[in-house]
Design a protein around this ligand. Structure first.
Ligand code: ADP
Ligand code: MG
Length: 727
């Protein structure tokens, strides 16, 4: 066995679970490292506290003087809790998180020193961020961008650093990150949803989006991970034969790893809780070594920050336990991939979940309004929602018979389907007293009951209603979920704006009562949105055909999906909702396309190196052994050796065939890559998706054949069964 593989596997045998302090009380550690309202009360003056709270709730500006007070309070709390540095923490368009650490420590000209953190250092920073992709925005206008404090997400201490959540914008105020458009979309949704919910409650003056994500991931032993250049470089295995045992892992195997994994999970839980992430850990073993972690839902901006932070914490804690976390959507071929389900709803400042039915017909009418408007928004913007989850990694997952298809559809369950059918028959204009009674009794009156048994959740649906929220399941496990959430908030905001306008016009013009007008508009929406509703098996071929008939898009790769950002109507949608102007959207498109291109290019490079430097040399080595065997047999008996050497000769031959196939394909791949250099970004991305990526699978087919033929002792790369099953 190759030395690297041998050492790696050997190391895993000596692993012991780390001892973790058991959690005394959740309440004692929860948000211990977060500068939340409770700490603010202790460290800020009354005026400063009031200002921060109104900045959080109403987006009010914080003036200089108050910022100084807040910074001082924050610094005192941070230093008392072990922080030595501070950083503006932000999420560039690449989706990762970024930070630049500065020390509190400052030297005076006279040699004395102090620990300093001023209001302006809190409010605004200028990171040396020229290396962050910006889609050309800063190049054409101003050379620099800056980060600005987002008070709606509380500061926290990570390690010994005070992290201040910020937006990252150019000097012209244009978005260079994921948070800025997210905040704008939340604003748009707030305005639109508040206006609509005022039909039902006058006291509502703010609506927030709520998000509860479920994060899937794989764990691999750190030593084994390090023995796989493809995992290190690309986050997934580019070659490797699926083990005979694949998905049907028995509990026995799982049991043997669980002690170490449990220690990791407990540690992760403690750290997350301290940072204010309200996790409730779980481990569901769909695939071997695959797990899931989900928190209780929170306000969407905070939930997005918490998910980004969690992905980082996971990596750090995993290393402590000699694991590597794989967040890639498809780290292993032939084994389930990972996603990030996004449970989404809207909630009023008075605590009402707008997607939750209630006890009164009026509450249920309100539910129907938000429910149907969301469905219509998805119907009208399905291609855009598809684009929001597009990435090189997720391309492996979507439509791969195990994950939501690349076709967006909405699942609502049998009972709600029936309710919508009845609503569809509401008559035009004024409703008769009889019809009103019927609606009250049979539709809006019945909803709470029907939802009780709305448990037949269709796991194949990418966008499913699950009782009091929608669950967007097609998001990739490694994605910054701010991106899909921005699009979802935006399309629902726009839809609710339109709805309000239509209802108001009908009330005015046709002199209808409010609920009559609402029923009239909803009726039309249901008719217009029928094509997006699908209750069947989303993984089936039949659905693909049916979806074409319904005019739903089914874009199979990222470059194709992202094209929707160039659509005139889409540009207008982003602009009118205030989420992104044309230039910002153009930058977003370009950066996402660049990211895709870069990732696939890296994969191509790693794959060709792996095959030429690892696979083929191993194959040749084994051939040499076989040649020795054949020669030996010939030495014994020149007459009959051909019969004796039949099998070694056959294997020799087969290996030769596979080697030539692999080298030929890799040569072709390298040539194709060279030719890309002259192409523009769009052409490059398209060629990578349609011509070059399919070649990967071809190459893999032959290398995986070789893996099965070559002596296990010689094979250089850690195998699937070793990575997935060894403790
Ligand atoms: P499942 O795995 O069955 O889909 P989970 O209980 O694991 O369900 O996850 C459900 C997620 O949905 C949790 O994060 C939960 O907090 C979240 N959730 C529940 N209600 C809402 C809501 N109103 N808005 C957003 N998320 C919600
Ligand atoms: Mg779920």
């Amino acid at each position: 066995m190759s030395k690297i593989r041998f050492t790696a596997i050997n190391q895993t045998f000596n692993r012991k679970p780390l001892k973790i302090d058991s959690i005394a009380k959740r309440s004692e550690i929860f948000a211990k490292k977060v500068f939340d309202q409770e700490k603010m009360r202790n460290y800020l003056s009354k005026t400063a506290l009031k200002t921060v709270l109104s900045a959080i709730e109403k987006g009010k500006k914080i003036d200089r003087e108050i910022a100084e007070h807040i910074a001082a309070g924050m610094k005192n709390w941070a230093i008392e809790n072990g922080a030595t540095h501070y950083t503006h923490w932000f999420q560039p368009l690449t989706g990762a998180t970024a930070e630049k650490h500065d020390s509190f420590f400052e030297l005076n000209p006279d040699g004395s020193f102090l620990e300093k953190f001023s209001g302006s250092q809190l409010v605004q920073q200028e990171p040396d961020a020229s290396s962050f992709p910006n889609g050309g925005i800063r190049n054409t206008f101003e050379a620099r961008g800056y980060t600005a404090w987002d008070p709606s997400s509380p500061a926290f201490i990570y390690g010994t650093t005070l992290c201040i959540p910020t937006v990252f914008v150019s000097y012209t105020g244009e978005a260079l990150d994921i948070k800025t458009p997210l905040l704008r979309s939340l604003n748009a949704l707030d305005e639109a949803a508040t206006a609509v919910s005022k039909y039902f409650h006058r006291d509502v003056n703010k609506v927030i989006a709520t998000l509860g994500w479920e994060q899937e991931y794989f764990l691999v032993d750190a030593a084994l991970y390090k023995s796989r250049p493809d995992l290190i470089m690309t986050g997934r295995t580019l070659i490797g034969h699926a083990p005979a045992r694949g998905q049907q892992l028995d509990d026995h195997y799982f049991g043997s790893i669980s002690e170490r994994v449990m220690a990791f999970m407990r540690d992760l839980e403690i750290e997350s809780l301290k940072l204010g992430i309200p996790v409730k850990t779980r481990h569901n073993e769909v695939a071997p070594n695959q797990f899931e972690l989900a928190p209780v839902f929170e306000e969407a901006n905070l939930a997005v920050d918490h998910n980004s932070l969690l992905m980082d914490i996971m990596k750090k804690i995993a290393r402590k336990h000699n694991f590597e976390v794989l967040l890639h959507e498809k780290p292993f071929a032939g084994i389930n991939g990972s996603g990030k389900h996004n449970n989404w709803s809207m909630m009023t400042n008075t605590g009402i979940n707008l997607l939750s039915p209630g006890k009164t017909p009026m509450k249920n009418l309100e539910f129907l309004v938000f429910f149907i408007n969301t469905i219509k928004a998805v119907n009208d913007n399905e291609a855009l929602l598809r684009a929001s989850i597009a990435s090189a990694g997720n391309d492996h997952r979507l439509g791969a018979n195990e994950a939501p298809p690349a076709i967006i559809s909405v699942f609502i369950g049998e009972q709600l389907t029936k309710a919508l059918q009845e609503l569809k028959n509401v008559s035009n204009g004024k409703l008769s007293p009889q019809e009103k009674t019927d609606l009250k009794l049979n539709v809006v009156g019945k909803i709470p009951e029907i939802l009780l048994d709305n448990t037949d959740r269709n796991r194949t649906s990418p966008f499913a209603f699950t009782g009091n929220r929608f669950e967007f399941r097609a998001v990739g496990s490694s994605a910054n979920t701010g991106n899909p959430m921005t699009i979802l908030n935006m399309i629902v905001a726009k839809q609710l704006q339109d709805f309000k306008k239509e209802v108001d016009i009908i009330i005015e013009k046709d002199n209808l009562k409010k609920d009559e007008a609402i029923f009239n508009v909803l009726r039309e929406y249901i008719k217009q949105s029928e094509r997006i509703l699908f209750e069947g098996d989303g993984y089936s071929k039949a659905w693909e055909k049916e979806a074409v008939k319904r005019g739903l898009s089914n874009t199979k790769n990222t470059p194709e999906a992202l094209k929707i950002y160039k659509d005139t109507k889409v540009k207008a949608l982003f602009e009118t909702t205030g989420v992104l102007n044309k230039r910002e959207l153009g930058a977003k498109y370009e950066v996402e396309l660049e990211q895709y291109t870069m990732k696939v290019l890296i994969e191509a490079g790693v794959l060709s190196d792996l095959t030429m430097n690892h696979v083929i040399p191993a194959a040749i080595k084994y051939q040499q052994e076989l040649v020795k065997v054949v020669k030996g047999l010939k030495d014994i008996d020149t007459k009959t050796y051909k019969t004796l050497a039949q099998e070694p000769l056959r294997i020799l031959n087969e290996i030769s065939e596979n080697i030539s196939k692999v080298s030929e394909l890799v040569r072709k791949l390298r040539m194709a890559l060279n030719q890309l250099e002259k192409d523009d970004l769009e052409t490059k991305a398209e060629k990578l998706a349609t011509k070059i990526k399919p070649e990967f699978d071809q190459i893999r087919q032959y290398t995986d054949q070789l893996e099965m033929m070559i002596d296990d002792e010689i094979w250089p790369l850690t195998k699937y069964r070793e990575m997935l099953f060894i403790r």
